[in-house]
Design a protein. Structure first.
Length: 97
């Protein structure tokens, strides 16, 4: 399955609201979010800007990879079935915390 077409603003909001990156860096062209589990950095993700245009699939795949999600899980994260706490559980299981 491929990643669905999402508007950049929607991806950014879901990452910020659901995953609540522990630290944000806004110095470059794009914000970067740092996601920690139990004080350990597990993901660094480039957060899209607040554009109302559809993000190209290859860019969405890059974000999904940074979040350590496959295409289906990324779609679920953005479409809402995957909550923030469930994301953290999934990553803990993948990284064997």
């Amino acid at each position: 399955m491929a990643i669905d077409n999402f508007i950049e603003r929607h991806i950014a909001r879901q990452i910020l609201n659901k995953l609540k990156p522990g630290r944000l860096n806004s110095r470059g062209k794009h914000r970067k979010g740092y996601i920690y589990i139990d004080g350990v950095l597990v993901a660094k993700v480039k957060i899209p800007n607040d554009h109302n245009r559809i993000m190209k699939e290859n860019k969405s795949q890059y974000i999904a990879k940074n979040l350590k999600l496959d295409d289906n899980d990324f779609n679920d994260l953005i479409n809402c079935p995957l909550s923030g706490p469930n994301y953290y559980k999934k990553i803990k299981n993948k990284l064997e915390f």
